[in-house]
Design a protein around this ligand. Structure first.
Ligand code: PSV
Ligand code: MN
Length: 397
């Protein structure tokens, strides 16, 4: 790939920061508070602005409603702009209220389903008001014990509720449907895998697409294969990037398995060049987002690390010699196929990325520059003062 094309495709790759990844978060065992963690939306936008300022590839922030709910959305849009970012996907929250104990859009009680659907519709309105073009849906819905409920009845209610939401989507707005095999439901999850998600999207219509959260797979799942299938069907809507060792660990991207991320990107890079417009457009429109909860590491540092890793990995995937790979594939030369992937993966792209950053007026090393800035210390002091005796609470309460 020539330098100009490499640069163009590198620059087209941007990733959204999750507002909830900048707040205090924890596990079911506890939350260890970080003195600088953002709490109010203005703080989250300021922190997301820092990620963008140092990496140059995170120009949007995903919001979670009601955690980020405020009265004046045009003010939020302006505040985001002042921090050098825009509002990304709007995430409804139908998993915390008492009434959702036995499900939200699948609940057997029509009044609970209505409340959940109305919350989605409110999120569509927020997306319109903030200039966002996507709502991103994840459900804790499921059951904990065999025999607890009819899984088929829940499936029917899920579709009916989502059809009501879909009907309210304006032209150009996407509905991204995420899946997860287990947790918090421990017997069955209503949208447990990509197949369930795809089936729903196909029934709903073209504006519904599947969202792949890399942490939402059982051990050993071939995620790049799932990505390839969804691309081929034109139904891959986006990603939540994070890393994991065991389950939905929400670790910094690349912390555990950077080669898997590379193989996922290899599929996406290839799809962008596909002769089929359905596949190529699907890949180009894919919404890249982080979904990580750095509950032991400084929030912003962890997101900056993730941003650097995804950009490096994207650059490596761009370097795969596709013409040679095709030749090797046609000749069934497995060794050469593997070598070509490994060659790209082993290339040290850091000097190229440092050069790119400097050409954009960014520091060559985003994390080092952020650390030098003293931002965490500064906001820890400011936020402690601002909160006074108020106890800092995070995304999870
Ligand atoms: C819970 O698993 C989760 O991490 C999902 O991945 C959602 O995308 C995220 O929370 C925000 O609701
Ligand atoms: Mn997710």
């Amino acid at each position: 790939m020539d330098t100009a094309t490499f640069r163009k495709r590198l620059e087209a790759f941007t990733v959204e920061t999750p507002s909830w990844g900048l707040a205090n978060s924890g596990t079911r065992f506890g939350t260890f508070r970080q003195p600088w963690a953002a709490k109010e939306l203005d703080e989250k936008l300021a922190d997301a602005g820092q990620v963008q300022k140092y990496t140059g590839i995170c120009p949007r922030v995903a919001l979670h409603i009601p955690w980020d709910k405020t009265g004046d959305w045009s003010k939020v849009q302006a505040m985001a702009k002042a921090n050098g970012v825009a509002i990304g996907a709007i995430n409804p929250n139908v998993f915390q209220d008492e009434c959702y104990q036995f499900g939200s859009i699948t609940n057997s009680d029509p009044a609970v389903r209505r409340k959940a659907v109305e919350h989605h519709i409110e999120c569509i309105e927020i997306a319109k008001a903030t200039g966002s073009d996507a709502i991103s849906l994840w459900y804790a819905d499921g059951t904990n014990y065999p025999g607890q409920e009819s899984m088929r009845a829940r499936k029917a209610r899920m579709l009916e509720s989502l059809q009501q939401v879909y009907a309210k989507l304006p032209t150009g707005m996407r509905m991204l449907v995420e899946y997860k095999p287990f947790e918090p439901a421990f017997y069955h999850t209503d949208i447990q895998d990509w197949g369930s998600s795809l089936m729903l999207c196909q029934k709903l219509g073209p504006q519904a697409q599947v969202l792949v959260d890399t942490g939402h797979h059982l051990q050993g799942t071939n995620i790049e294969h799932i990505v390839a299938i969804l691309l081929d069907e034109g139904r891959l809507g986006g990603f939540h990037f994070n890393d994991r060792k065991y389950a939905d660990d929400d670790l910094t991207v690349g912390a555990i398995n950077p080669y898997q991320l590379f193989l996922i990107f290899a599929e996406l890079v290839a799809a962008e060049e596909d002769p089929s417009a359905v596949v190529a457009n699907c890949a180009k429109a894919c919404a890249y987002m982080f979904d990580q909860c750095p509950n032991h590491k400084p929030t912003i540092e962890s997101v900056i690390q993730s941003a650097v890793v995804v950009q490096e990995t994207w650059a490596k995937a761009l370097l795969i010699d596709r013409a040679e790979l095709k030749k090797a594939q046609d000749a069934h030369d497995l060794t050469q196929c593997e070598e070509l992937l490994k060659d790209a993966f082993s290339t040290d792209v850091r000097p190229r990325l440092a050069e790119w950053r400097q050409s954009k007026g960014l520091d060559a090393n985003p994390l080092a520059a952020f650390r030098r800035s003293g931002y965490l210390k500064k906001v820890a002091e400011e936020r402690a003062k601002k909160r006074g005796a108020q106890v800092a609470t995070g995304a999870f309460g």
